[in-house]
Design a protein around this ligand. Structure first.
Ligand SMILES: C[S@@+](CC[C@H](N)C(=O)[O-])C[C@H]1O[C@@H](n2cnc3c(N)ncnc32)[C@H](O)[C@@H]1O
Length: 395
């Protein structure tokens, strides 16, 4: 684990100019001086070619690996074992199929009950994972802070050995539930919620932890606070924005999802071209995220909403056509930068997971990282499993 972490760290450090880039802030490729051959190869790709490459891993590899010397080794460092999984039973009516397949795959990797105590489900949502375990006869306590989700979970778990507890997991009240648990499980608990589980699980001496983390950027601090000594000694210094990089990748979407994404990028860039013109400033003005329904309307209505959100007054007569044309050219430029960023998303995720794993090792746990399902099922498909080593038991 340490050698994987140090190798990732060594390769991510010199490549920072490639992955710290924010595509919307740049009108041109920002690596003309440092990576001229890369820029030349990217510039030769038109929009359809760039859009096609999003679905073509081998094409991306053939294009980028010769031009980014660290890329091949980074990809090798991201290879993890795939855990075997039997075909899932039919999904219950109340669980979406994709969620059910994730839960099934996750549950397959958990140890059979060989200890006293309950399984603790952390950030349970409607408690679907816990309920599958409870159906196997294992006592489960599911912690969730949302009252409506708890209510729904209680109805679904009637008659099963699953207790639903409304609890903020970040509050001290979660401690006793951890202390009594033989194992804690967390499927897609976000950022600080899963990091708190690691720290509190250690503090309460939980024998076994299994988690598939997500939303690393949901962090109370602007600067990432590493958990392990190795990551604390790293010069990488990630910010919240870089913690989000692993999430900014569409691996689960079909053609419609991709088309919507390109439309969103293009509309955002149209507004960007317009706002630069209106303000007379060549700087990006970030727009907040918005409901996808907004993309079903007219471009002009979107522009009005965006201007309103940013407190800009639009001219009475507005022709968006020239701005839309500029946006199409910039869309290609953004996709070129995204191609390069794509080389670093998974390595950054692995860097973070190695930080968690090394922290647990320092605390006397044996730790493994593996993929518990295919990425199209969920891009957050890495399972971290930790078992307190005998020498650390009772210590
Ligand atoms: C991404 S969902 C995952 C839910 C479930 N584990 C699953 O995979 O379907 C994260 C859950 O964490 C819950 N949550 C967020 N903050 C929490 C907190 N401080 N304490 C307890 N639960 C929290 C949310 O309400 C949500 O149900």
């Amino acid at each position: 684990m340490l050698s994987r972490f140090l190798a990732l760290d060594r390769l991510l450090l010199p490549t920072q100019p490639l992955w710290r880039v924010q595509p919307f802030h740049h009108l041109d490729l920002p690596w003309q001086h440092t990576h001229p051959a890369l820029c030349e190869a990217l510039s030769a790709l038109d929009l359809p070619a760039l859009q096609g490459l999003e679905q073509d891993a081998l094409g991306r590899q053939a294009l980028l690996w010769p031009l980014v010397p660290q890329a091949a080794e980074l990809a090798t460092l991201c290879r993890l074992p795939h855990l075997p999984c039997s075909a899932p039973m039919a999904a219950p009516a109340h669980v979406p199929g994709r969620k059910w397949a994730q839960i099934w795959a996750f549950a397959q990797q958990l140890d059979a009950a060989d200890r006293q105590g309950h399984i603790l489900e952390w950030c349970a949502g409607k408690g679907h994972l816990g309920r599958l375990l409870a159906r196997q006869g294992q006592p489960v306590v599911s912690l969730e802070w949302d009252a409506d989700l708890c209510q729904a979970a209680r109805q679904l778990s009637a008659g099963l050995p699953q207790q639903i507890v409304q609890q903020d997991v970040l509050a001290s009240g979660s401690g006793p539930w951890l202390a009594g648990a033989r194992q804690a499980v967390a499927l897609h608990a976000c950022g600080d919620l899963h990091r708190h589980l690691l720290q509190q699980g250690v503090a309460q001496g939980v024998a076994s932890l299994s988690l598939a983390p997500c939303c690393y950027h949901k962090h109370a601090h602007e600067q990432y606070q590493p958990l392990s000594r190795a990551a604390q000694a790293s010069a990488l210094g990630l910010t919240r924005r870089q913690l989000q990089l692993p999430l900014q990748e569409t691996v689960t979407g079909g053609a419609r999802v991709r088309r919507l994404r390109w439309q969103e990028l293009s509309w955002r860039l149209t507004f960007d071209a317009l706002q630069r013109d209106l303000r007379g400033e060549e700087t990006y003005l970030p727009l907040p995220s918005f409901a996808k329904e907004r993309l079903a309307g007219e471009l002009l209505a979107f522009i009005r909403w965006a201007a309103d959100t940013k407190g800009l007054t639009l001219p009475a007569q507005l022709d968006v056509t020239p701005y839309l044309q500029q946006a199409q050219a910039r869309l290609a430029q953004v996709l070129r930068m995204e191609l390069v960023l794509g080389l670093f998303r998974r390595p950054l995720e692995l860097w973070l997971l190695c930080d968690y794993a090394l922290y647990l090792q320092e605390q006397g746990y044996g730790v493994s990282l593996a993929e518990f399902c295919e990425r199209p099922l969920t891009p957050r498909n890495i399972l971290l499993q930790a078992h307190k080593l005998a020498s650390a038991e009772g210590g």
